[in-house]
Design a protein around this ligand. Structure first.
Ligand code: NAD
Ligand code: MN
Length: 484
């Protein structure tokens, strides 16, 4: 990759991680063998096998749900909030103490750059546990009734793009509210959830409060379909989210879904262009574009499009792609061969539909899964690359003339998770923020996450909110729901 100066390799040592050759399921406070067919998790940067992982079958899921129910009935739901808080604070502190280990393991298993796992994922994970620890003894002041009650056993299924962070978003509020959980990490990224088990043990968390079951779609399906589950929380594809919504329809299970997105990142002609370019790069190339709220549709005001594209291409050319464990790496590996195939296919659709592809010229490693930072110009709203989630480092560029046109194009999507606005005018920011149909709207920034701020979507991006006071609602009985 052309770069003004070369960087010497600066790899983070992986010696800090103590990988076991195989992992079982964590049920009722201990690791047990699974009854399904074990599978391997690899490093997507090298295709090296990292460990062998147990697959939970129906009987294992049943054991996990029963353990969670026992822990709920006998211990966790009866424990005063101030006592639950102590466990959550302890977990948060241990996450901080073991942050380097968690970051290295996350980068190994997922392929994301160490500077992101170290500086974004893991600190945000700790912050999330600290934040919800603070709520555990104050739930009656959260605006969800005078005596808010937990729901019971939560079945939680998470994706591979932010493995530990999605675990935190699911487990911290559930436990703070007095629920117990059975969580299934994604099949390509189970390792940090299995390390989190050790953290629960270190924190002396009572057995059965957190259970971790591993496996792929069938295991997830068995978990959300189990009759002993009171609450389903899912983050992943819209397709699977719809299947889950259908499968729980007509049951008393509560559901929250955090699905895909196709966010508009809107740049007006009065925006500070260099800052906007940083935000565009962060919006679509952060985490290789494996981000549900990624700013994958860039809408630029026509009068500045040439300037923006020129500076954007120059900035993209300085991005360093390669070893996720190298501290200088900006862009890591695509999470799996399957995801790489999807990104390639949808990009080829972009070519076929007549959009113009530009990509950073760089040597791709021969092993592992890689895709260069890419942008498409000449994209129209009808193009599939403007409508469908690519979930990779691919940006579609569209233009507009007026704020009204920007708004219309931005909202012309089946999704509604996030959006970005870049302008000098406060009034325009407020106008756009109130008219964009998106759960989160960032102004003159992008991809900012904070545990105090609710996150979630409209339309096909799902329903329910995670984070903030709003995030408690998903794990508490509403005043009019009768006790189980
Ligand atoms: P996916 O929805 O299949 O997987 C997400 C999680 O759901 C994984 O843990 C998986 O094992 C589990 N799962 C799969 N089928 C299930 C079922 N029938 N019932 C219960 N759980 C099930 O996502 P994917 O196949 O890994 O990725 C496909 C696309 O989804 C991506 O290209 C991307 O567009 C989107 N995606 C979105 C997010 C997000 O954060 N919103 C995350 C990952 C993927
Ligand atoms: Mn992996």
């Amino acid at each position: 990759m052309p770069s003004p100066f070369e960087y010497a390799p600066a790899p983070e040592s992986r010696a800090i991680v103590d990988l076991k050759p195989s992992y079982g399921l964590f049920i009722d406070g201990q690791f047990v063998e699974g009854h399904g067919t074990p599978f391997k998790t690899i490093s997507p940067a090298t295709e090296e096998v990292l460990s062998e992982i147990a697959e939970a079958d129906q009987a294992d899921i049943d054991a996990a749900v029963k353990a969670a129910r026992r822990a709920y009935d006998r211990v966790w739901s009866r424990m005063p909030g101030r006592e639950r808080a102590k466990y959550l604070y302890r977990i948060a502190r241990i996450i901080q103490e073991r942050s380097r280990e968690l970051a290295v393991l996350e980068s190994l298993d997922n392929g994301k750059p160490i500077k992101e796992s170290r500086d974004v994922d893991v600190p945000t994970v700790a912050a999330h546990f600290f934040y919800y620890a603070g709520w555990a003894d104050k739930l009656e002041y959260a605006g969800h009734g005078a005596d808010p009650q937990p729901l019971g056993v939560a079945a939680q299924v998470i994706p591979w793009n932010f493995p530990l962070l999605m675990l935190a978003w699911k487990i911290a509020p559930a436990l703070a509210c007095g629920n117990t959980v059975v969580l299934k990490p994604a099949e390509t990224t189970p390792l940090t959830a299995l390390l989190f088990v050790e953290i629960c043990q270190q924190a002396d968390l009572p057995p059965g409060v957190v259970n971790i079951v591993t496996g792929a779609g069938a295991t997830g399906q068995a978990l959300v379909g189990h009759p002993g589950v009171d609450k389903v929380a899912f983050t992943g594809s819209t397709e699977v989210g719809k299947a889950i919504a259908r499968s729980v329809a007509g049951t008393s299970k509560r559901v929250t879904l955090e699905l895909g997105g196709k966010a508009a990142n809107i740049v007006f002609d009065d925006a500070p262009i260099d800052q906007a370019v940083e935000g565009i790069v962060d919006g679509i190339f952060f985490n290789q574009g494996h981000v549900c709220c990624a700013g994958s549709r860039l809408l630029v005001q026509e009068s500045v499009v040439e300037d923006v594209l020129e500076r954007l291409k120059a900035r993209m050319s300085t991005l360093r792609m390669g070893d996720p464990l190298d501290k200088n790496t900006d862009i890591g590996a695509i999470n799996s061969g399957e995801q790489l195939k999807r990104i390639r296919e949808l990009s080829e659709v972009g070519d076929a539909e007549g959009a113009e592809r530009w990509e950073v010229a760089c040597d791709l490693p021969t092993k592992g899964f890689w895709f260069p930072p890419t942008l498409f110009t000449g994209v129209s709203q009808a193009h599939r690359i403007a409508r469908e989630e690519i979930f990779g480092p691919v940006l579609s560029v569209l233009t507009f003339r007026t704020p009204a046109e920007a708004l219309e194009k931005a909202n012309n999507t089946p999704y509604g998770l996030s959006a970005g606005v870049w302008t000098d005018k406060g009034s325009l920011i407020l106008k756009m923020a109130s008219s964009l149909r998106a759960g989160v709207v960032w102004a003159n920034t992008f991809n900012k996450f904070d545990p105090t701020s609710p996150f979630g979507g409209y339309k096909e991006s799902g329903y329910g909110r995670e984070g903030g006071r709003h995030g408690l609602e998903a794990y508490l009985r509403t005043p009019h729901e009768s006790a189980r």
